[in-house]
Design a protein. Structure first.
Length: 248
């Protein structure tokens, strides 16, 4: 088990809460009756703004978001609220996560079965888990690392595979560009799992035969996550002092 002290819980309340969120998030708010939702808010240009979980917990609608971007999310929600009948407040609820033995009322992480469960209480459960190693192994992007505001397109960051986007729910901010990428284009860039021999800083450019081919991000235990230009990538490339090899 592990307490996610780097998370903030924002509560959205009011009679128009579900309608309000439905017009902003990449996923379908109606899925809340089946459990926790993973989703993002996008810019009007269809690029990533912030990602989070939404859960209906004990009669409350909660947003579980990285602490470092929680103020930005709360501000953005307040801007979009206008005359909508909702209230937006931060809570003192803690997020606990783990792989085995979920407590009563825990939710399975919707992104990947290997990521275990999430639980929401005013107190937290502590145990160390190497979450970076786990998410690198399974190709899970992280807020402000692989997921970069005003730069990342969520389909290039595996959001569809992570159950973070719904193509049938209707309009939301940035929806038109996301739908066009899904139905009318072939992705030219994507988040790829790679092997890494050596070490290099997060954000190092990857070169294929001397040509820019992408960027290397999170690394753990000889593996990494890289955004690669698919038409330029070679099976073996260089990122600073490290060798990058595309995994099968």
């Amino acid at each position: 088990m592990s307490a996610k002290r780097n998370r903030t819980i924002i509560e959205i309340s009011g009679e128009e809460t579900l309608k309000f969120l439905q017009g902003l998030i990449t996923n379908d708010i109606d899925k809340l009756d089946k459990g926790i939702i993973y989703a993002a808010m996008l810019t009007p240009q269809g690029k990533y703004f912030v990602d989070f979980f939404i859960v209906a917990y004990k009669g409350r609608i909660l947003i579980d978001v990285s602490k470092e971007v929680s103020d930005d999310l709360q501000t953005k929600l307040s801007i979009y609220r206008l005359r909508t009948k909702v209230d937006i407040i931060k809570t003192n609820i803690s997020v606990s996560t783990g792989i085995d033995n979920p407590p009563l009322g825990a939710f399975n992480d919707p992104r990947h079965a290997a990521l275990g469960w999430r639980s929401y209480e005013t107190s937290s459960i502590n145990q160390d888990i190497d979450w970076k190693k786990l998410r690198v192994k399974h190709g899970i992007p992280e807020t402000n690392i692989e997921l970069i505001r005003d730069k990342t397109y969520i389909l290039e960051a595996s959001f569809e595979k992570l159950n973070g986007v719904d193509f049938k729910k209707g309009c939301y901010v940035g929806q038109e560009i996301t739908a066009r990428m899904k139905h009318k284009t072939t992705l030219k860039k994507g988040l790829i799992k790679v092997s890494v021999i050596g070490e290099t800083p997060v954000g190092t450019e990857i070169l294929a035969d001397g040509r820019p081919a992408g960027v290397l991000y999170s690394q753990s235990d000889g593996h990494g996550l890289a955004f690669l230009k698919l038409d330029r990538a070679f099976p073996k490339m260089q990122a600073g002092e490290a060798t990058v090899i595309i995994e099968n």
